[in-house]
Structures are given as structure tokens and as C-alpha cells.
Design a protein around this ligand. Sequence first.
Ligand code: C2E
Ligand code: CA
Ligand code: CA
Length: 706
Amino acid sequence: MMMDSDPNPKPKALVVDDDPSLRLFMSAALKKAGFDVLDADGGAVALDLFVAHRPDLILLDLVMPGMDGFETCTTLRKLPGGRYTQILMVTGLDDTDSIERAFDAGANDFVSKPINWTMLGHKGKYLLRAGQAFKELDRSRSRLAKTQELARLGNWQIDLLNAEFSCSSKTCRLLGFDCRHSPTLDDFVSTVIASQRDQAKEKIELAVRHKQSISLNYPVILPDGTQKHILNQGEILFNENGIPELLLGVIQDVTQLKRAEEEIRLLAFYDSLTGLANRALFLDRLEKTIATAKRNQQKFALLFLDLDQFKLINDTLGHHIGDLLLKKVAARLKRNIRDTDTAGLLGSRQASPVIARLGGDEFTVLLDNIGKPEMVAKVATRLIREISDTYHLEGHELSMTTSIGISVFPEDGTEPAMLLKNADSAMYHAKNNGRNSYQFYKAALNRAVLERFSIERDLKRALANDEFVLFYQPQIDLASRRIVGAEALIRWNHPLKGMISPDKFISIAEESGQIIDINRWVIQTACRQKSRWRSDGLPPISTAVNLSGYKLSGQDIIRTLREALDSIDDNEQLEIEITENVLMQDTKETVSTLQGIKDLKLRIALDDFGTGYSSLSYLTTFPVDTIKIDRSFVMGCTAEPNNVIIIRAIIAMGHSMGKRIVAEGIETEEQYRLMTELGCDEGQGYLFKHPVPPDDFAKLLANTVL
Ligand code: C2E
Ligand code: CA
Ligand code: CA
């Protein structure tokens, strides 16, 4: 208002009338009511005076020569400041039509001639007050808009009666919409990043349904690709009867705030020297990893690294070089842990491996969802190797080694503190063992890993050194208890360790790819053995060989088989045992490999049936001749009625498709009787015979009933 300079200024009035006497009376009446008064004899002069003096009240005669009252009013309203002036039309006419037109032209009120002079003063003052209030309201509205602009706020609302959505033009601008088309609620949430979009919409809809306030916080991607962070808050507004009427929302661009937060977070959770996670973040992640691992029943490993004799570097070359070295170590850790082949090595894609610097020269690494302990050992070995590579720092050539302690969840602890403590103590073991090495917390794991690595190493020479042998376990016709076949089972006759069972080395051979050569050796040896027994005059029996499931289609198995088959003349007496996981691999290739096996007139057995997916569809899709019911079913069959139900179903199903059914692992007379009753065709197991060397098997064959 005008109050800024003069604390109590008089309001200004402008009287516009072509009749000088009326001007005089009106002026006098207004002066009496406390106004400063100007007057004009027509529209044009009135406009000039308005621009010069900005009166608060205008008394405007309707009928004037030249520019009449209507026109003057309309023009006035468009002048700067013209919106807030109170215009009182003076009309000689009493017809409602003119009054109507006067209001349309923008008048606030009217008085008709003859004028009651006392009332005119009151009316003027009253109008002025109303005008002031209006002006205030308008000002505060524009101030609000300005404030919202400054705070990067936009409005939106949902009418709770008809669920209609609308939003302000600022909202449109904030979200990059074209203001001319009124956006829908779907448009409104379409900018939310995909992963949070449905959730945001659902929350708004819930707020509408339950008439409750909401607060959301999400990143958006605008149509032009810019990214922002939005805080979206909504409140329910009630009408005068207390009925919820509107969900009124405000969105706020909090991108800068978010960035600042991010920076603070960086400072609080990351090590400023290396950029790795600091202890606080590490402990937080460790806790989360524990929770996830518990939920998914997974294992993970905590590696605790400590540089060997780092203090020496600090003492001799100074802290600056020490810091540089720590940075380099951090970089090497990052490079090696983030490596995709680490993820591959660990069996699955890792979320994001956590590498942290706990302080000084101590680092930690979390490897989640680990497979076998040797996988962790391989990562540790690689870290040790990489860290011990020479460093070139400002003209110094340095070498540095590290010792690593490893704790494994859940064996070595289910709480962060325990896992850390045990990894730390394992690290001291590694130091005591001469540094530059790793140790698991559990001695048994160290042994297992060492054993595994030594097997891996020795396995490479086993074939060349002719260390493998095939044992044979008889397959018995259950009705007659006669030997009708033999399953060839591989053994590794290790020069130092003695006989090693296939369970200990087949999976390692699969990982290293040696399984291809081993499979070939097994097929050749079994075929040769078979023909030898024949030429020794023993009764003809079928022989089964196990083919490892590892990438069956990539092994050129058909060629191997064809070559081996030269030594025998009864192909249909050779059976290939495969497991369900083979069938689960690339189906097309597997089908063609299996068909190739059938084309050679060999038989195919599905091994360990019942332990995998045991899908019926396998039996119809693939050319399987024999089903081998897994040992675990046979073992439990006498105690567990459910097993009997399953076995009965497998047999009924298999027989209806014309398949031969073999029960594996029959150990007792009771199991034998039950399997016979259930209608199994054949069986294998310790009750009849353990797997034996070929010569022993020949003796059995001479006396075929067991
Ligand atoms: P599998 O094919 O299921 O072989 C049966 C396993 O059960 C053999 O163990 C056998 O000795 C054992 N077994 C037989 N009867 C009984 C019984 O009554 N009770 C118990 N508890 N066990 C019995 P083995 O020889 O240690 O072989 C283990 C696994 O190694 C085999 O399971 C097979 O998957 C794999 N394997 C064996 N030989 C070969 C081979 O030449 N090549 C490939 N790729 N894998 C082989
Ligand atoms: Ca088998
Ligand atoms: Ca089996």
C-alpha cells in the first residue's frame, strides 16, 4: 500500500463527471469522509490523472460526452495498478441493464442519482476497505506463487468426489509437460523412474482411497532426459462440514538438496584417501549381507587384508609415500574384485562387492553368495599375487605383500563382530605362517581347500599316468536274482592317496574341462572290457557307463562312441547313463546328441531319477530306455510310506511308456523284497555286490546268480 513512507496518508479519490456542479458536491462529500480528492471532466483526463496519482477510489459518471463511463472503466482496469482501484459508477439511469453493463466493465459498485451525499462518503470508505482486503489477498497469492517458484514447488490436487486430477502450470514446468494439455494422474507419475513408478501411483491411490496424507520421495526422468529428485507431499483438505474434499499435493524439486546429502554421505561413509567404503559403511553392508544370506540361505566370505610390514614404508619413506601406496593397493583391490570373471568364478553375478578400508593398512572385502570355499581361496590367491606386484611411486620402486584372513558365514559367525574378529584372527595366522598368504578361520576349510587344490593339480597328470580304473557293479534281474548287466564306475588310483572316489574329482574335472578326456577313456575302457569278457567266453551282459552332464552337446560324444564301438559287436548291450541336468541344458542340441546315441543303437538310462525335476516331459521328449530310481528313495522306502507312493508312481508311469525300471542302492533284503513287489525290473546295491575290479567281476559272471 502507500503506507511505506507516510504512516497515515489520506486515501485518494478521483471524481469524474462532465457536470461541474456534481463534481463539486461529490468532491466535498469525499473530502468530508477523509479523502484527498482530484477531479476530471471526462474519461481521457481521468485516465491521465489515474496514471499520475493512482487514486484508491474513483467515482465515475456513466454518461459523459466522448469517452463514456463504461469505456473509461474498461480502460482503467487495464492500466498498471488499475486492478486494485475501487470504481464506483454514478448512474442517472435506474435501469438494471446499465448496472449490469457497469459491472461487466469492471465497476465495484454503483450509486444512482440523486445522490445521498452523506451515504456517498460512507460508501466510499467501505469500498476502500473491501478493496484493501482484495488487494491483500491478491498480493499474498502472488507472493505465494513467488515463494513456490523460489522453493521449486508445484501444486497438484485430486478431487475426492470425482477423482479428478489437476495440477498447476508450475507442476507442468517442473515435470517438463506441455501446460496446454491438462496432464492426467498417469502423466503425472509417468516421469517417476520405472522401478518406483507403480509404487508411487499406488501410494497416491491409497491416499485417495483412505483419505490420508502422503509423503513420497523419488527420482524422475523428464521427457527431455534430465533427472531430478522430487519430494511429493499431499494433505487431505476438508470442507466446512468436515467432509474430505481434496487431496492437495505439493511437489518440490529437491535435486540440489539430494546432491548435498549425497556429498555428506560420501564424506561420512567413504574413506577420503582411497575412496573405498569406510568402517561405518562396511559394517552397515556387512549387516545387510548377513540378513540377505540368512534369508536366501547363502554363504558369504569376509576377507580381512593387512599389508605386511607397512609401517616400515611409513617410517622409512614417509607418510606421503605410505598414502600413495595405500591408494594403489585400493585401486588394485577394486580392479580385481570388480572383475567380471570374479563374479563368474563365484558362481553367480554379485550384487556389488564391498571393499573397504577399515583404517591404517587394513582392508576388508565381502564376497557374497560364494559357492565352494576354493572359489574364495582363488580370489584370495589372486589378490595376494596382484598386491605383491611392484609399485612405482615417485621414483621409488616398492614391493609389498599382504596377509589375508577369511571368515565364512554362517560357519564362522552370524554377527558382524564375530565374523570380523574371526577373519582378523585368521589373518594373524596367515602372518605367522610367513605372510603373503591367506588362511581360513576354520582349520578344516584350510585343509579342504589345500586338498582340493592338490587334487586339481594331480588330476592333470592322472590320465597320462594311467591312474584311472573302472570298477563294475552288477545289475540284477530282481525276479531271478541273476546278473544281467554291469555299471562301470570310475576310480582314481592315486599314487600317494590310494583309491579316490569319483565324487571327489568328477566335478573338478568338469570345471577344468578334463572331463571330456575322462569320458572318452571310460567309454573306450568299458567297451574293451566288454569284448574281453566275451572273448573269455563269459555270458553276454549289458554294460552301463556314466556320462558326466557337463556340456554333453559340446563333447563330440557321438564320434567318441562310434570309435569305441568298433571293439564290440552288440551295440544294444551298451547303455549310456545320463542325469536330468543334462536334459535341462540346451534342449535342441541335447535332443540331437541323444538321437545320435540312439542312431548308434545304444540304450539310454536316466540316472538318479527322482532327485532332480523328475519331469514327466523328459520321458516323452527324450529317447530314454531305462529309468534308474535314485538310491535315496530306495533307502527310505521301508520307513517312509511317501517314498513307496512315489516309487509306485514312477514304476507305473515308466512301465506304461515301455521303460525298464532299475532300483539303485538296494542294501537290505527288505528293500529288495519291496522293490520286487512294487514291480521294479532290476536292481543294484551292496546287498548284491559292491563295485569290484574287472577280474572279480569276471568271477561273478561265471556264477551269475547273486
Ligand atoms: P551313480 O551313477 O549314481 O553311481 C552309483 C553310486 O552308488 C556309486 O558310487 C556306487 O558305488 C554307489 N552304490 C551302489 N550301490 C550302493 C548301495 O547299496 N549303497 C550305497 N550307499 N551306495 C551304493 P561311486 O562309484 O562312488 O560313484 C559316485 C558317482 O560318481 C556316480 O553316481 C556317478 O555320478 C559318478 N561316476 C562314477 N563313475 C563315473 C564315470 O565313469 N564317469 C562319470 N562321468 N561319472 C562317474
Ligand atoms: Ca550311474
Ligand atoms: Ca545313480
